[in-house]
Ligand binder design. Structure first.
Ligand code: HEM
Length: 210
């Protein structure tokens, strides 16, 4: 879980940084999207790097879901009889929502790819003009799309907050002091990521980016 999660967190930060380019200018954003398709050339043919990255991401997502399933089955086997009394509050809200949170994030990714990668659900849907797709997507009259993205990004943030903390534990963090530090780092990284992601749809909806 930890190794595949770290790959996905790496992607999330790189993707957030790329999205923020929209504040520099629409052409810069399109130029960046075009560059994504030409990384590695002329050593590799066009879009090869992009496809290598996509396959890497798919493998990481598959490994992450597979590990989650194995752990769930193992936990159920370890405790086949339900607790007679189970205290309601166990760990943070993020910790208690990891499984369903993960499912919501997965559904969001499927919608998001159909929206901004293939353009199927986007009012413009032109892959050569990603900035036009983003502007049309989060236009003021489509406030409900912005709201849906906001809820999904917050779900990503909650998932990440507990995920980063758990990864630190898996990778050997043991002490009480280390636990507090890991919790603080996980919170700060998740908040940075959520704010970076939310800034783009909101800036378009309120007309800051046109
Ligand atoms: C909320 C703000 C977000 C915006 C404005 C945004 C924007 C975009 C755009 C424009 C693309 C298409 C890039 C291209 O084809 O040139 C894209 C692709 C993608 N985004 Fe996002 N994104 C956001 C959030 C997220 C989040 C939270 C995730 C993950 C949980 C995510 C995962 C992906 C993935 C997996 C792709 C496909 C990459 C590919 O294979 O081409 N995005 N995004």
């Amino acid at each position: 879980m930890a190794a595949s999660g770290i790959v996905l967190v790496g992607f999330l930060f790189a993707h957030a940084a790329g999205n923020l380019k929209i504040f520099i200018g629409n052409e810069d954003f399109d130029h960046y999207a075009h560059w994504l398709r030409t990384i590695g050339t002329p050593l590799l043919p066009d879009v090869w790097f992009l496809w290598i990255m996509r396959i890497g991401l798919l493998v990481a997502i598959f490994a992450h879901i597979w590990s989650a399933t194995v752990l769930t089955v193992r936990a159920k086997k370890a405790r086949p009889v339900k607790y007679a009394h189970r205290p309601k509050v166990q760990g943070s809200y993020a910790a208690r929502t990891m499984r369903w949170g993960g499912v919501i994030v997965l559904l969001f990714i499927i919608y998001h790819i159909l929206d901004l990668t293939t353009g199927t659900l986007n009012p413009v849907g032109d892959s050569s003009r990603p900035h036009a797709n983003v502007i049309a997507d989060f236009a003021p009259e489509r406030w409900y799309v912005t709201l849906f993205y906001a809820v999904s990004v917050i779900a990503v943030g909650l998932h990440l907050r507990h995920g980063i903390f758990s990864a630190a534990r898996t990778l050997g963090q043991q002490t009480a002091k280390g636990q507090r530090r890991a919790q603080a780092i996980a919170l700060v990284l998740s908040v940075i990521l959520v704010v970076a992601y939310l800034s783009v749809p909101f800036a378009v909806t309120v007309g800051l980016v046109k």
